[in-house]
Design a protein around this ligand. Structure first.
Ligand code: HAM
Length: 419
């Protein structure tokens, strides 16, 4: 006997009984994004591998350890990679499509699948789904507040409870060198205890040690110097304006120096929404920040950027933990049962008329007996049934049964309708 083929590790099937929650999140996200002026963008699932090496950063876990590189046909070299995230792809797209000279700010939103070769666990997948937004050409703290307010509204609308917003500033090219020097000095004191990857990072990019997942590095990172103590005047003022804006919008937050994010492009504001998903280590439902150098780094003009992405499966887990269960409760309005070929064709005609009115209707297409058809109608929860046989065809009338009340009415086969 042939063996069953199973889905790859860390991927998910979303079956029809679960899909309602996904559709609800996608609809909510699109509607709220539209209110804030974000138009949807779609882009390739795979991109040139250099885009992520340069954009996301070649010292990040995402690029160093988690990227799905694709060999191109012919030369066997890894030229492409499955997208591990959307931000770098969108920056590539706006540069390539000449959107950097559009009226600013340019506001885009997306719902995509992403791929990261991570160790699968609750809330962490190798193929996962993100809803995200990116805003270009607005470098004020008020722009940050707009984007955070949008994420906050989506999370609130979905009914997720107990979420904490953590914000931080990781500085800019002006204050970053001094901070890097302080980090290097600190981590040099622990050089021998760090994992091999972090020892390498110590030279190239000490900030990345702060989000290493190894328990020893995490413990050492706890005592590291904090970005907030090394901000230049401009970054400190930006952070202060942002906190004032969040206060006036009544969006609660904590300033958390441990939030440094795992991707290299960030400058100034970074933030994470953390939900108490009990039993799951992966409780960050949404993360984002400002990336004022990325467009230029990828060959475009000096254009600021800020955005976020939320993991859709983590939003669903958090909704479930908050008691919000979205189920597909739709049932067919009508099932037309029939006896004989002629009646089966008439049944098909009737349900086609209902479908053209936008109503869900079904009839037999597997050749069941009348008894089996009625059993099936019950199983799928049809709200009304109609039985067609030779007598009904001859009379042009049949009995329409309300399955909930049992009430029957005589209706004209060709013209009856159900409100
Ligand atoms: P990120 O923090 O890498 O940021 O991912 C954003 C969100 O995607 C996370 O908070 C989490 O909810 C979800 N996520 C990440 N990895 C996984 C995984 N393996 N399984 C399930 N969910 C996951 C970014 O991707 C940035 N592009 C966000 C951004 C947009 N920053 C600025 N603009």
């Amino acid at each position: 006997m042939a063996t069953n083929i199973q889905k790859p590790r860390g991927t998910m099937d979303i079956l029809p009984d679960k899909v309602a929650a996904w559709q609800y999140i996608e609809k909510t996200a699109r509607e709220i994004s539209a209110k804030y002026g974000f138009g949807e963008i779609r882009f390739p699932t795979f991109e040139n591998i250099d885009l992520f090496q340069r954009g996301v950063g070649d010292t990040t876990d995402v690029v160093q350890k988690e990227m799905y590189a694709l060999e191109s046909k012919g030369n066997g070299e890894a030229r492409y990679a499955l997208r591990p995230e959307g931000t770098a792809c969108i920056v590539r797209s706006i540069i390539e499509n000449g959107k950097c000279s559009d009226a600013m700010p340019l506001k885009l939103c997306y719902i995509i699948n992403c791929f990261r070769y991570e160790k699968p666990q609750a809330g962490r997948f190798r193929e996962f789904f993100q809803y995200g937004v990116e805003m270009f050409g607005a470098d004020t703290a008020l722009a940050d507040a707009n984007v955070i307010a949008l994420a906050h509204e989506v999370i609130e609308t979905l009914g997720i409870k107990g979420v904490n917003l953590h914000i931080n500033s990781i500085g800019c090219p002006e204050c970053r060198p001094k901070y890097h020097a302080a980090l290097k000095e600190y981590f040099y004191g622990h050089r021998e205890e760090l994992c091999d990857t972090c020892r390498e990072r110590l030279e190239k990019n000490p900030l990345r040690i702060l989000d290493c997942k190894s328990p020893i590095c995490t413990k050492i990172a706890d005592g590291a110097p904090k970005t907030v103590d090394h901000l230049c005047e401009g970054c400190a003022a930006h952070m202060e304006t942002l906190t004032k804006a969040l206060d006036s919008l009544q969006i609660p937050y904590v300033v958390d120096p441990r939030v440094v994010r795992g991707l290299d492009y960030y400058t100034k504001t970074v933030f994470e929404f953390i939900a108490p998903i009990t039993g799951a280590a992966q409780s960050t439902i949404c993360g984002g920040g400002r990336y004022d150098g990325l467009v230029k780094e990828l060959g475009g003009p000096a254009l600021s950027g800020i955005g976020f992405a939320a993991g859709i499966n983590r939003l669903i887990d958090a909704m479930e933990k908050s008691g919000v269960i979205i189920e597909n409760t739709e049932k067919p309005l009508l099932y037309v049962a029939s006896m004989g070929n002629e009646a089966a064709l008439k049944a098909f005609e009737i349900i086609t008329r209902f479908r053209s009115e936008g109503k869900w209707a079904e009839s037999d297409i597997v050749g069941r007996s009348l008894k089996a058809q009625m059993k099936y109608a019950d199983k799928i929860g049809a709200r009304y049934t109609l039985i067609l046989g030779d007598n009904e065809l001859a009379a042009g009338e049949a009995q329409l049964k309300n399955m909930e009340t049992g009430e029957q009415t005589t209706v004209s086969i060709d013209t009856f309708t159900i409100a």
